[in-house]
Design a protein around this ligand. Structure first.
Ligand SMILES: Nc1ncnc2c1ncn2[C@@H]1O[C@H](COP(=O)(O)OP(=O)(O)OP(=O)(O)O)[C@@H](O)[C@H]1O
Ligand SMILES: [Mg+2]
Length: 369
């Protein structure tokens, strides 16, 4: 358990995982592959099947179809306690009548480990989660974040091959939650354990994960590195769920090398890069252009200027680190643009102003309509 000791960790694979509860289909033909040592988040809105997936890996939910493979071994018929997994459940509870140390040693004592070894392992693990000085306290004498770390220590102390965490930071306030995200990620790197982390918070997933699996209505929508998920969403759900995104309906008017020219509702034209390996839409096809608010450039409208989308600036919201501009096109499409608050407010960008909306060709992604 010390940082220096090499540990055994396992990859996890799901093949065609399927689970329904009566009429509710919770998980649909889910294929996932998680490499040893990787930190993967299952991300999606409430009810999308995250907990069901995690519990199926743990062995607490029996799949209707599909395989759960851990460390290359099919686990479907292996009981929970033989899978070598550590689970911190969504509504975890510490034993209130036991001290921190007793909570952490409980699992080892149940396994009949020698008392001296139990103590050594527990002390090491509590030091790793920085609770060495609080061993004799009761859960009620700890803050939310400290209780969270006890739950984590209780799980890590049995040296699982894979760590399964179900919204472990959900009950914490924003500041503590962000501090714990950094701490947990550091701890995971240090221990090197494969971790599957469930969250419905996209910022948390972007911050912590090597890769993110985005789920919606029981189906995997996209799996990729945080940057891929944010910069190249594969469908409208992913684009909308991860961060803030503007959607603009348009039509492909011309195909060029690795790019297309699209026309918007008001006749404005824009060039959109097509990333390598992506299908180029046909001329005349209706598509949806997606652009992130921080990639939009705003200028006061100039008479007679063509080649950019025109919009009206409805409102301007100051949020400290940035200014958010709320815009409306002539056809009524609402857009939002962000400007980093690192220079003076540009003149002419005031509520009621007519503005030109533009962006770099590679800042836009196209989705089929
Ligand atoms: N034991 C159960 N019996 C019936 N339906 C269930 C059961 N467990 C989950 N479901 C349903 O299955 C779907 C997926 O539930 P699941 O708990 O996996 O979602 P989740 O993504 O973890 O959501 P949350 O973010 O709210 O925790 C939901 O529609 C839920 O109502
Ligand atoms: Mg859940």
């Amino acid at each position: 358990m010390t940082p220096a000791s090499p540990r055994r960790t396992a990859g996890v694979e799901l093949r065609g995982l399927h689970k329904r509860y009566g009429a509710v289909v919770a998980v649909v033909s889910l294929d996932l592959r998680i490499e040893p040592g990787e930190f993967v988040s299952l991300l999606g809105p409430s009810g999308c099947g995250k907990t069901t997936t995690l519990r199926a890996i743990a062995g607490l939910v029996r799949p209707d179809a599909g395989q759960v493979i851990v460390g290359g071994r099919v686990m479907n018929d292996v009981p929970v306690h033989r899978r070598g997994l550590g689970l911190v459940a969504q509504n975890y509870a510490l034993f209130p009548h036991m001290t921190v140390l007793e909570n952490v040693t409980f699992g080892l004592r149940m396994r009949g480990m020698q008392p001296a070894d139990v103590m050594r392992r527990a002390h090491e693990t509590l030091a790793t989660v920085q609770l060495g000085k609080m061993e004799d306290r009761y859960p009620r004498e700890l803050s939310g974040g400290q209780q969270q770390r006890v739950a984590l220590a209780r799980c890590l102390v049995v040296e699982p091959d894979v760590l399964l965490l179900d919204e472990p930071l959900g009950a914490l306030d924003k500041k503590l939650r962000e501090a714990m995200q950094v701490e947990l990620k550091l701890l995971q790197r240090q221990v090197g354990i494969t971790t599957i982390f469930v969250t419905h918070d996209q910022e948390e997933a972007l911050t912590m994960s090597d890769r993110i699996a985005v789920m919606h209505q029981g189906r995997l929508q996209q799996m990729g590195r945080p940057q891929e998920i944010y910069e190249s969403p594969q469908n409208r759900f992913v684009a909308d769920f991860i961060g803030v995104c503007n959607f603009l309906e348009c039509r492909v008017t011309r195909r060029e090398n690795a790019a297309v020219v699209v026309s918007f509702e008001d006749g404005a034209l824009a060039t959109v890069s097509i990333p390598a390996g992506t299908a180029v839409p046909a001329e005349g096809a209706r598509v949806v252009a997606t652009v992130r608010p921080e990639k939009i450039v705003l200028k006061p409208a100039q008479p007679g200027f063509a080649g950019a989308l025109h919009a009206q600036l409805d409102d301007l919201v100051y949020v400290g680190t940035a200014v958010h501009y709320h815009l409306r096109t002539a056809a009524g499409t609402r857009l939002v643009a962000y400007r980093q608050n690192n220079s003076a407010q540009p003149p002419g960008l005031l509520p009621g102003a007519s503005v030109l909306v533009s962006w770099e060709a590679d800042a836009v992604r196209m989705l089929p309509e």
